[in-house]
Design a protein around this ligand. Structure first.
Ligand code: 13P
Length: 251
């Protein structure tokens, strides 16, 4: 599986800004990595049109836990598929914290995504308080187990597993390499117990997110166990994002 660089534009760009950024990003080609853009829902189709004839993939920033039906304001995995998304972000800490999303809800979202053959980008991460209290490992394993529990098809599907420590998001602080390796080991073990080590090796891309930018990416992109990045702030600048893509592409 190729390494993956995902731009999560969050709730920050209007249509024109999303399209301008897409046009700039698609000018450069990267043969060794996969580039994924996650615009806001209203602009997914417009961005998708610009991505025709490119290898850049589209991601939704969320997906409903329910199938098509009477649920005002939600967007079903069927619709996300229909628009042409290959991925959907689930379990982002901003939704866990501000919208009180639970592991159980995220688990249902993942099931709906697999039904539509959309690859989930599952985010897990501890808060600063949990980290300070020495609870990081426990929190991460619990999130992972709950979010992936009772998914019969899991072993046949691919997963992007994003470690996004809450304290690192938008803070300018990144995880240090030793910590990241420890987290990778813990999540690898948890997934190996849940499915198999083979599954982790062949179907899971372990990526990092939290204040990654064009200046600090290199220390992580060189690590053999890091398969890419989920980028917020730095993905809003074409120059920064493309520099990151270049660095990852040659790593
Ligand atoms: P920042 O890169 O702005 O820290 O955001 C990370 C993130 O939340 C990506 O999903």
């Amino acid at each position: 599986m190729k390494k993956i660089l995902i731009a999560n534009w969050k709730m920050k760009l209007f249509e024109k800004q999303s399209l301008d950024l897409t046009k700039k990003i698609k000018k450069k080609k990267f043969s060794k990595i996969e580039i994924v853009l996650a615009p806001s829902f209203p602009y997914l189709s417009a961005v998708k049109k610009l991505l025709a004839k490119t290898t850049i993939k589209l991601a939704a920033q969320n997906s409903a836990a329910q199938t098509l039906g009477a649920l005002t304001g939600e967007v079903a995995a069927e619709m996300i598929k229909d628009i042409g998304c290959s991925y959907a972000i689930v379990g982002h800490s901003e939704r866990r914290q501000n919208l009180f999303e639970t592991d159980q809800l995220i688990n249902e979202k993942i099931k709906r995504l697999f039904e539509q053959k959309i690859t989930p980008i599952l985010c897990v991460g501890e808060t600063l308080e949990q980290k300070k209290n020495g609870r990081r490992n426990q929190v991460l394993v619990q999130q992972l187990k709950n979010c992936l529990s009772k998914i019969a098809v899991l072993e046949k599907e691919n997963l992007v597993l994003a470690y996004e420590p809450v304290w690192a998001i938008g803070s300018g602080n990144v995880v240090d390499v030793a910590e990241l390796e420890a987290v990778w080991g813990i999540l690898k073990h948890a997934i190996s117990m849940l499915v198999s080590e083979n599954y982790f090796e062949n179907n899971v891309r372990f990526i990092y997110g939290g204040s990654v930018d064009e200046k600090n990416i290199e220390q992580f992109s060189a690590l053999p166990f890091v398969h890419g990045f989920l980028v917020g702030g730095a993905s809003l600048s074409a120059d920064k994002f493309l520099t990151m893509a270049e660095i990852l592409n040659r790593s």
